[in-house]
Structures are given as C-alpha cells and as structure tokens.
Design a binder for this molecule. Structure first.
Ligand code: FES
Ligand code: FE2
Length: 340
C-alpha cells in the first residue's frame, strides 16, 4: 500500500490521452479504467468486469457505454451494467451487476478521480494555479520510486547544483560565484507548505512576489515551482502514487507567456522527458533501490534538510487523517541557513 493519503483528488490521466477510451490507469493501489460517456464526461471504474473478471480496459466504448471485451456486458459511467447481450431481449441486467465507480472530473487539462470514501470533499480538485495564464507543455513519466521521493526532491533546496549540471540556475550560479551562505524559509499553508528564498526579515513580512525560487506543496501530491523574471517559468508536478514504491509524474511546464492559443488547447502533449526531470529521476530511482533493499535505517539528515523533513511530516499527518486537527503542531515558519 502506498503511504500517501487516500481521501484526495488525484490525477487519473491527462485529458488529451483519453479520446473516448477505454484507458487503463493506476492510482494508489487501484487499477482503473477511464472512458467518456456520450456527453463527453469522463467516468472512472475499477478495471474488472463483474461477470468473469476481465479487464474492462480491453473492451470498447459503444455509444457512451463501456463494453467488456469478453462477453460484451455494458456499463455506464456510474458502473451499472446496462446491457447483457446474452440475455433475451426482455430481460434486464440483475440489479447487483455493477463495478465500483469513482467520482471523476475533467479540469485544467487533467481527468481527476476522488479516491476517498463517500462524497468528495472538496467537491472538485483544487485548480492548477495560473492554468489560464499560460500555454503549457504536458507529459507523463512512470517512475520507479515512491511519490514521496518526488515531492521531497522538489522541495530540496540543496540538490540542484549537484543534480542538475547544465540545466538549472543554481548550477550555473555556483559555477560563476561558488557556493554562498544564504537562508531559505518555509511556511505552512492550509494545504501544505511553501519553500522560498531569500528568507524574509520576519514573520510579519508576506511571501515576496519575486523570489529567487519558490516551491509550493499542496496535498496530496502537487509541487508548483516558480522561477522569477520576465521570462520566468512555472512547473507544476503531481506525483500520483501507483503503488508503495512507484509513482507517475504528471508534469506541466509553462511556455513563454503568449497570446491565447488559437485552437483553445492550453496543454500541448510531449513524449519527451525534460532533461531536468530525467536528472532527478535517475537519482530518486537509485535511492529507491536502496530503500527497497535496506529500509531507511541508513538515512542521516542535517539542518539543511528541514524543508523535506517538513514535507514528510505534512504527508504523514494527512495519511493518518490528522492534518486538519494537528496541523498547528508543525512549525508554521522556519528560516534555515544553508550553503548552496
Ligand atoms: S467477463 Fe466481462 S462480460 Fe464476461
Ligand atoms: Fe531537481
């Protein structure tokens, strides 16, 4: 089982990957099948026919219902079997012929599923911040590491000079002027935390609008990274858990701000893995192999790791269902001196 919290909206797939369906995807420990109803609305069902267990993702979409590829039982977006071809014309499917369905919403170029019990709360996923401001490049990368490693990596102030040769501003900065002592700041938010630098003078100061670097973590799995400047860039990453030690990185990288897209499509699909993401992935997957073999007893942490340690505590509280009740036990603001 993944250690990630369950009662949240997760990305099932980029919307452009789901034509009519069916499309198989995995979220937490569930194999799901996505498809579009006749009105285009996406549906998400467990990928298992209730007749003889075949994967529904091997079937076909016919007039907005999903037909199993084995004996043709057909399902609607709520998972109810609406037609059984082998029955005489007058016979309706038995009322208990259904497969579990998940609340499913299309928003900001993604299809999202609610993985908790009962009614979704909130009723829709949080908007991707700034989605309407940019045209984005969009892609998906399967990763052989836990979602938490991806989240930590992107809240880790001290790795880019080493992990991102020729690809990251911090690498170029250290090439030019070497390592310098500086301070980053973390602040807790209602939905996670912000990491930014340089640090403010005090807790009364707001988070500056122009930072060297700012990363915002929002539960359960979103990290948004903002690089400042005229031609500044925004990266929005979701680390969707697909098992205890695997995840799917859903990435959006803003293109240079430009006029409204003429075709209305804001997210342009890319099969290429951006270099900077590939550099991180190689390191995280190597670490996961070691965690798999040995557990985490070998780990040592230092003060500079405060931001990633905070993220761990936030996710652990959420996974235990105690984020809202015990959020106040976490430090709401910290300034951490580091060399980088
Ligand atoms: S297994 Fe799906 S219709 Fe028989
Ligand atoms: Fe990185």
């Amino acid at each position: 089982m993944s250690q990630m919290p369950r009662p949240f909206w997760y990305i099932a797939a980029p919307a452009s990957r789901l034509a009519s369906g069916p499309l198989a995807c995995r979220v937490l420990d569930n194999d799901l099948v996505l498809f579009r109803a006749a009105n285009g609305a996406p549906g998400a069902l467990i990928d298992r026919c209730c007749h003889r267990g075949a994967k529904l993702s091997l079937g076909a979409v016919q007039s907005g219902s999903l037909a199993c590829g084995y004996h043709g039982w057909r399902y609607d977006g709520a998972g109810h079997c609406v037609h059984i071809p082998s029955l005489p014309a007058a016979s309706a499917p038995p009322p208990d012929a259904s497969v579990p369905a998940f609340p499913c919403i299309e928003q900001d170029s993604y299809v999202w599923v609610w993985m908790g019990e009962g009614e979704p709360e909130p009723s829709a996923p949080a908007r991707v911040p700034g989605f309407e401001r940019f045209v984005w490049q969009q892609g998906t990368i399967a990763m052989a590491c836990a979602a938490m490693l991806g989240i930590e990596n992107n809240l880790d102030w001290c790795h880019p000079a080493f992990a991102h040769p020729w690809a990251h501003g911090q690498f170029f900065k250290t090439q030019l002027v070497g390592f310098t002592e500086q301070a980053y700041e973390t602040r807790l938010t209602d939905t996670g935390m912000i990491l930014f630098g340089p640090a403010t003078a005090g807790e009364d100061d707001p988070v500056p609008s122009q930072c060297w670097f700012k990363a915002t973590f929002a539960l359960p799995d979103r990290v948004m990274i903002e690089f400042p400047g005229e031609r500044g860039m925004t990266i929005v990453l979701h680390f969707v858990p697909t098992g205890p030690n695997t995840c799917r990185q859903e990435w959006l990288v803003s293109l240079v701000p430009m006029a409204e897209p003429r075709d209305g499509i804001r997210a342009r699909w890319s099969d290429e893995e951006p270099k900077i993401l590939a550099q991180d992935r190689a390191l995280m997957e190597s670490a996961q192999l070691n965690y798999d073999r040995e557990g985490d007893g070998f780990e040592r942490s230092v003060a500079a790791d405060a931001s990633t340690m905070l993220a761990r505590r936030i996710v652990a509280l959420a996974a235990a269902g105690r984020w809202r009740s015990e959020r106040a036990t976490l430090p709401w603001r910290r300034v951490v001196r580091v060399r980088s």
